[in-house]
Design a binder for this molecule. Sequence first.
Ligand SMILES: [Zn+2]
Length: 168
Amino acid sequence: MAIREILQLGNPDLYDISGEIEKDELDLMRDIVTDLADTMFAFREKYGAGRAIAAPQIGVRKRMVYMNTGEPVVLLNPEITKKSIEMMEVWDDCMSFPDLLVRVRRHRSITVSYRDLEWKEMELVAENDLAELLQHEIDHLDGILAMMRALDEHSFVTRSERWRVKDS
Ligand SMILES: [Zn+2]
């Protein structure tokens, strides 16, 4: 187990597209999951936030997301298969730029298909917070950061100024 460095905004590796995971890489992925969990919980201790982390954020260019909003969920090769027409606007945060929030538009609900660590095909339906979280993390696998989805040039606020800004 190891706490890894989280790549920070400006690191060109964050813009890379991550590769599909093959079944014979599962053992390797299990080790990386431990690192993802340790890294995320260390971040959470420091910042009081952080519910999911994508493998490329610790420099592993593989399509894997670790999420823990009460219990751990590992998503291998996640793919959004359905998106609601209804959208929502949210302030997005990210462990790769912990002091900045970005106003983005996301689908209100999505369906995600993925494989678990037993290589079983899984599907989950996510709404609101969870839908936003998963859209954010899956973006990381495609090298997309929240600022690339900013609504306009005023869609940025530092965490300390966040309370001054109205939600809509
Ligand atoms: Zn992020």
